[in-house]
Design a binder for this molecule. Sequence first.
Ligand SMILES: [Zn+2]
Length: 494
Amino acid sequence: MRYLFICLAVFLSRVLLIAQAPEWLINNWHSGSYEQELRFLASDEMQGRNVGEPGLDISARYIAEMFRVNGLLPLPGMRDYFQEVPFEKITPGLAEVRFLDTVLLQGENVLMLDGVAKEDQGVAVFISFEDTLVADEIRGKYVITLFGTEEIRSPMAAMQKGREKQKEFERLGAKGLFEIYTLQTPWSILSNYLNRERLQLKQDDEADSSPIAYGLIQLDNRQVADLRKNPVRPIQFKYSGLQRKRIPSYNVLAYKPGTLPVDEQEYVVLSAHYDHIGVRDKAPDEPVDQDTIFNGARDNGMGVVALLASADVLKAVPMKRSVVFAAWTGEEKGLLGSDYFIKNSPIELNKIRFNLNTDGAGYSDTTVISILGFDRVGAAKQMEQACQAFGLKVVVDPAKEQNLFDRSDNVRFAQQGIPAPTFSPGFRSFDEEIRKYYHRETDNPDSINYRYANAYWKAFAYAAYLIAQMESNPRWSAGDKYEEAARALYGSHY
Ligand SMILES: [Zn+2]
């Protein structure tokens, strides 16, 4: 009986211990400030924090100053908290090509991909897949070919191949390259994407617009057959030129050194993207006071405040591993900020032992936190304990069909082998309540449940602490698709 009683007492104390929130966190928690931060970052004045617009840069400045007041340091080798991510804005320009018996117009049946402003009358030569290239037949002419190769039938791969062809024909002295579009993907899809202003990461090897014009054109079968028979034709070409404008944007990065000896430093990266999708155009029939601002309070204001609250509450707590705080730009443009970081990290990647990311579309269950990759990344116990301490349960990988694990910035780390889950505000499926706010003008700070938001932020901060303190480094579960990358990255230290 007495033995049973002791067992029960031990059991209960363990349960209580697990469920207990640490005093340092409770005593240094500033709910009012965190709510204020979210209301500021997701305010209308930030205009939806779009890349290339002032709202995003103001947010970056705010985040950096919060890092500074909390005593965080710039990453080793960096002068300040800003890592420039070089974007460029591409404007396709207007083109008119008179060829065979038609006038081809930009957007309709021409999509210019490169080239400078030009007005020219010249000669075009058709070259099929089988033809061997003869410089004398190409020099000074416009080359017309088929898009892709006999094997390459996907638009992305064909476009990449097109760049190679462009370089090759430039070397052979061609004036331009037009590829005839023959793939399955409807032309309208390509046109929608390529015939508008778009943002991309600036590639080092792609300095300015190429002097040789490069575009895709649409011809019908009769015209192509005609060309095969008689491959040398006159052409008239008028183009306003592809505009490239450099758009600076920044990852905001800082860290708190750990207590491990300097030469044994290991890092846990806490991260959240701080960009969102801006403002939409107003339709002509909409009322003047129609809300058109995508405030992004949930996506990802809540995540950014998880970082800021963690910085605040962890600043005085010694931790074994160094903790990096990373606010990414360009997530909404295709995970571009985190991608740039991984390719240009100031910290050796094999010193980064974990990435705890936070991102979300919204929440529909305030009793839980949804964790993408919960049971894969070797820190389930720590994450669960952190949630339980604030009365929250864990939902593992909800909306499996959406493959969310591979859709936020954590995947950039995972691909390198670094265990990297994403904390997401509570949901079990991509339900009505989530869709009500996901990338909608309704995602306002006024609609946030701040009691839940605070519990979420506390659980995130506590999980960060517990992971930074882990005895040994977290490992992927056996057989995970990223396990091999981890072995390659960490070698004998895995
Ligand atoms: Zn997001």
